[in-house]
Design a protein around this ligand. Structure first.
Ligand code: TXA
Ligand code: MG
Length: 344
């Protein structure tokens, strides 16, 4: 199959992409977080193609993307007030809500769960494609399963050329990490994945938020978890990633001591001068965590190269969007973190 590239601004892009979706095909769509691999979320055969193209485990459910908040009640039942409050505050935007699913949503989409994840993305072209398709669009991050997410059309092309119908090229994604996921099906709202909407912003609207253990620790692959996707190795280049924590100079001294040719250093812009000769790659500025979230996956993909043996990574601290960056980097590192103050 030839994969068509459809520039977001071209006049025929929206109707063409909508038609491919209605016909049961696969279209990669730009969003403010990452590129998604979209299909008609109500067509189990179309949804099956997503799992096949990505090599995604069947027990990992998909997010349904909607064009407007009104679709919450069409797709979900027993919707709590908190869902409307969150939609009003953050949609369109990088927030996914898990709610009780109506029975007509295929098992292929929900992976057999009684719940479904919903999101209204902050990309006007993609919302109009969804609206013209006339169906909710199931879309996981468009990367091959296990690999770093796709934040440009070129990333999607590299992973799926010849395997999907089209890619809508909307340029690089602004946020760069996937949406925040909140489960609203229990008595207390639960953060399943941090993202562009920060824990602080959620708490301001909800007044309450518990953080799922999958956010902060490695989950056993046989564990029963709220967000099945959180237990798989994720966002990972081929080489092992080790986070080197601690203060800048001390971390640099540790990395320089342990560095051997074939290793790479993933660091902050501000740290580049400390790593001359250590093949550093900066993914953003420590002083502006939004640049780190925007640059993380492109950097991890660049380091996903058989010639790279080991990656030392510097990770931001603190809340806000930095919290989501920490989560992705720790998962990429399988929670391997060294603190030079404690290790030689
Ligand atoms: O920003 C995003 O959310 C991107 C863009 C394309 O919208 N999509 C995305 O999808 O990140 P994906 O499939 O890579 O991640 C979806 C996560 C997985 O961890 C999955 O297990 C979880 O959402 N999920 C989906 N449905 C769920 C449900 N009913 N209950 C709990 N977790 C769910
Ligand atoms: Mg993903």
């Amino acid at each position: 199959m030839e994969t068509r590239i459809l520039p977001a601004q071209a006049p025929e892009t929206i109707p063409t992409a909508a038609e491919i979706l209605r016909a049961g095909g696969l279209v990669a769509l730009p969003t403010e977080t990452v590129y998604g691999l979209g299909a008609n979320g109500l067509d189990e055969h179309a949804v099956a193609k997503i799992f096949l193209a990505k090599g995604r485990p069947q027990d990992n459910p998909l997010i349904l993307h909607v064009a407007a908040p009104e679709q919450i009640d069409q797709l979900c039942h027993s919707v709590p007030e908190a869902a409307y409050a969150l939609a009003k505050a953050f949609w369109p935007g990088p927030l996914t809500m898990v709610l009780p699913a109506r029975a007509f949503i295929p098992r292929a989409t929900t992976a057999g769960l009684p719940t479904v994840a919903l999101r209204c993305p902050d990309n006007a072209v993609t919302r109009e494609i969804i609206r013209q398709a006339g169906v909710p669009v199931a879309a996981p991050s468009a990367n091959l399963s296990g690999k770093p997410s796709t934040t440009t059309a070129a990333h999607v092309y590299a992973d799926h050329n010849g395997r999907i119908d089209a890619i809508v090229d909307g340029g690089p994604c602004r946020v760069g990490v996937e949406s925040t996921i909140v489960d609203l099906t229990e008595s207390r709202p639960r953060l399943l994945r941090p993202g562009g909407v920060t824990p602080e912003q959620l708490t301001a609207v909800l007044g309450d938020l518990t953080v799922d253990k999958a956010v902060t620790a490695q989950i056993d692959k046989d564990a029963v978890v709220k967000a099945p996707g959180m237990k798989y190795r994720h966002y990972a280049p081929q080489a092992p990633v080790t986070i080197v924590a601690g203060e800048r100079e001390q971390a640099a001294a540790f990395i320089r001591r342990n560095f051997v040719p074939g290793d790479r250093v993933l660091c902050f812009q501000e740290e580049l001068p400390l790593y001359a000769g250590c093949a550093p790659l900066a993914y953003g500025s420590e002083a502006d965590a939004a640049t780190l979230s925007a640059g993380l996956f492109a950097a991890l993909r660049e380091l996903d190269d058989p010639a790279v043996h080991q990656i030392y990574a510097r990770c931001p601290v603190g809340g806000g969007i930095a919290y989501a960056v920490q989560n992705r980097l720790k998962k990429a590192a399988a929670f391997r973190i060294v603190n030079p103050e404690e290790s030689p």
